[in-house]
Each structure stands twice: as C-alpha cells, then as structure tokens.
Design a protein around this ligand. Sequence first.
Ligand SMILES: [Zn+2]
Length: 564
Amino acid sequence: MRCYILIIFIFFNWIVNSQNSGDYPMEIPIILSGTFGELRPNHFHAGIDIKTKGREGFNVYSIGSGYVTRIQITHGGYGKALYIKHDNGQTSVYAHLKKYSPKIEKIVKEIQYKRESYTFRVYPKENEIRINEKELIGYSGNTGRSYGPHLHYELRDNMDRPINPMKYKNYSVTDTISPVVLGLHYKEIPKNSISGSNSSFKNLELTKISNKLFISDTLNTNGLIGFGVNSYDRMNNTWNKMGLSEIKVNMDGEKVFEMNLNSFSYDEWRHINTFIDYASYKNKKIRIQKLYIEDYNPLDMYNRSLGNGVINIKDQNKVYLYKIRLFDYNKNYTEILVPIRWKEKINYRTKEPKSKNIYSINKDSVYNLSFASSSIKLNKNTFYTDKEIEIIERDNILSIDKDSIPVLKEMTIKFNTKRYNESTVNKTYIAKLEKGNKSSFVSNELKNSELIADIKLLGDYMIKVDSIPPSINLIDVEDNQWISNKDKLQIRINDENSGISSYRGTLNDKWILLEYNPMKGILTYDFDDNINNSESKNILKVSIKDNVGNTSRLEKVFFRITKK
Ligand SMILES: [Zn+2]
C-alpha cells in the first residue's frame, strides 16, 4: 500500500515538475525581500526578489533550457537583465545582475564596443543563443534601480503575462508569519456615485487580540461604505516588508469582496493607483488597499461576480459584522472584525467657497488653458473620472493642483521663454518642484521659443536655468601615477541642477566602456576590457554632459605595466 502511495506521489510530482521550467535560479537558501504582486510606486512587482546576503556575485542559473530572447542594460529599471524563453512557452527574467556569464558577457561587450554605449537592448533570434537547464547565466548584483544586492527573478506565461514563480515550484520559503495590519480605514460613498466620491478615508481604531486577529471599534453610520486596509506581509528570517497575496471579505457570513494578486498583465501595471488610495499614498505615505472597486477601475484581480464591494448599512435594528481576511502566499492570514451599527447621519453640508481657479474637468473633453507665461492642454481621459482641478500660474510657477490624483493620460505644458536672453535660453529647462526646495528635470524641448513637456504628475512646474557644468573626479589616481595593481578605474560624476544626460570616455583616443551607476554617481572602467595594452603611458579622457548641454571634461595621464 505504502509503495503505491509512493508511486502515486512520485507520479504526481513528475506531472507537477514537468509543467514548470525547471528549478530555482540560485544555490543559496531562499529568503525573499519582495513578493509577487507587491505594491511598488506606480506598479505591481512582477517577480520575486531573492536576498543575496547583502553581497553581489552569487551564481545565477537558468531555470530551464531555452534560448535568450532579450539582453538589456539600462541605467535605471532592471539594470543588467536577461530574458530566456523556455521550451514550454514560459519566459524567465533575471535582473539587476552584476555581470553575465562569460558566454553572454562576450556578446554583450561586443555590442557595447560596437555601439559605443553601455546601455542597449537586443532581441537575439530564436535559438541563436541556446541555454541549457541550470546553465550559469550571470552573477547577482545591484545594477539598475535597486536598493541593495538581490536577484529579481520573474516568470511569464506564453502570453508574456507575469505569473507568481512560487506557483510553479515549491521553493519552501519559511513563512509562518501572518500579514501585519497597520490600519483600517473607511469612506462614506455618495449614492449613485462610487467614482465621484471626493471625501477622504477616515481611520477606524483597532484592538489587537492576537497577531492574527484584530477587532475594530464599532462603526456607527448608514448608507454606502467602502473599506480600505493598510497591511503588509512578513516572512521568517527577514525584516523586509512584502505584499499580500489575497484578500477576502465577507459580511454576516456572505462573501462581498475578493481579490487575488497572483497574475496580471503589463497593461494593468499603471492602474495600481486605482487599487490603492492615491491621495493617502502621496499625502501621508500610506498605502490603503481599497476593498471595493470603482466603476472605472479596469484591474482584473477582483472576483467581480461579487459586485463592487461597497456595503450598504440600512437595517436600523441590527449589528452588522464585516470580516476581512488578509492572506500571504503561504496561506497565513490575519483577520479583522468590524462591527457596524446603523446610525442616523447629521447632514451638515459645509459648502466651501470655490476658488475661481478650479476647473471642472469632464473626462471626455479636451481643455486648453492659457496663463501669463504658460499653458496646459488636457486630453480626453486625462483622469479616470470627472474631477475638479485647481490650476493657477503664480510667480511663473504653473501650479496644477497637487499630486494626489492619479493621472491616466499625459498632459502637455508649455512655458514661454521670452524673458530670457539668447545666451540663457539654451540653458533653460522645465523643472518639477519637489518637497524641501528640491526640483527635478522634466524637459528641455524648445520649440518656437516655448519649452514643452508631456507630464503625468500633477504639481508645480517652472522654468529653471542651469549654467553650471557637472562635476567629474577620478577616484584615487593622481596625475602621472603608476597604477599597475588597479583592475578598475572609478570616476565620480554629479550634476546638481538639470542632471547628467550623457557621458563618454576614451583611453588613448579609443572608446572605452564606462559602466554608469546613477544611484552611486560612479562610472567604472574595467582594465580587463584590454583597450590599448601595448604602451605603459595612458591618456584617459572623459566628458560629461548635463541635460541642458553644459559639458565637463577630465584628462588624466597614468602608467601601467603592459600585459601580454
Ligand atoms: Zn524585484
């Protein structure tokens, strides 16, 4: 009997395993710092982040056989990334790599030296670069938009939709900790207008009964209510905050809302700002995950057969029980119980005096608004829904409400540059003003003496002038120094105002590959690239341009023992 069970077990395992693309991409024990579907600024996390003990350089293996469909290096985003299409139709993605395996690195360097560019994107032909199962493909790193060494590993189905890799392989992540609850919020929703609700979320006090159970104060209200929860997941052996996998809600035992974050399409990414309450995120830095669905919300992760999740408190003689269950991927869950009692609402309607700079934007109309030195064009569907937006120009600052409303389509803003003389106008750019007197570069596109930008964030914009060239310093190398024992050159670059736009380096007048890490502001040259190894005297030249064209140049002579 036992033998049969074993055979069935093996057979079952074989079926499960034959459906997925092989194995775990690393050899180190799996501890995650990011889960699939986790909430990130402006997107859902499309893969899992595997911790690498705070270090770089661990072997990364292909999870299955197949061929390389994309090699991509970007300054931000995934940094050095590799995409492999497997024989079962799935694609695996490995990102933030430090370096590729020698086989791929050779191809990468050829492309970089041919194109004279560190960043590039190529799509090799089918089976041009074959990869075996468990073949070494690279080393884990920290390139691109990464806040510490880790491997971003992603799996996509044959339609290129990201799927949770945990679903396809038992990685046996130790996770016995149920999701952590930071806050419970609710909102009164006007009748017939779930989307038009401009009121903000209110907080409801929670009492912690255990790590897995919370009870809220009784909510006394009536009419339509939408809830939102601020929660994240934790796993054993790490303090990283990770995402939830599922949320289920019922009221008096009946299902009212369900969502599941285990697969989504890339088109859905940007709609994350309809899943969370964008205003709370931008104003208070808290991510309230809404437990109801606005009419315009296009996300596919809801069980829409249950309706929109808004509840209606209309029975005066009963206590309702609203129950939220928050699940992590390993099915640990935390419960929140919310008693709700009908209560008459005092209808105090304070009509706030309307500022005359408020525009009622109908989402299906186009608007062209002009001010003293600037203008803005709103296209159809700039916002998810009709909105009242305050737009005003004051002291040459075009103030477009506040960045607390999600924007669906780009708007075009223009600034007149007539007040700048000819020599200055070429140093102007549109900047977005940020908190703490900071600003960020938006555009320097100049057309008919107007600066133009397409923007996707509300907020304050103005023209700034940048006439200061970037700073550039070779680290730890003096003029005419012998540096035979160094295997790398590092150059620190920075531009305070408009920011770095391009860089170029040569060694004895031959282009060299400088790897740029914008998070650190460092350019690195690797002597292994063997540019001019026949003479001991070397002349390094590096030039850096900022976003309005101010240029800095560095020239250094150093000596090295020639290698043969
Ligand atoms: Zn990641």
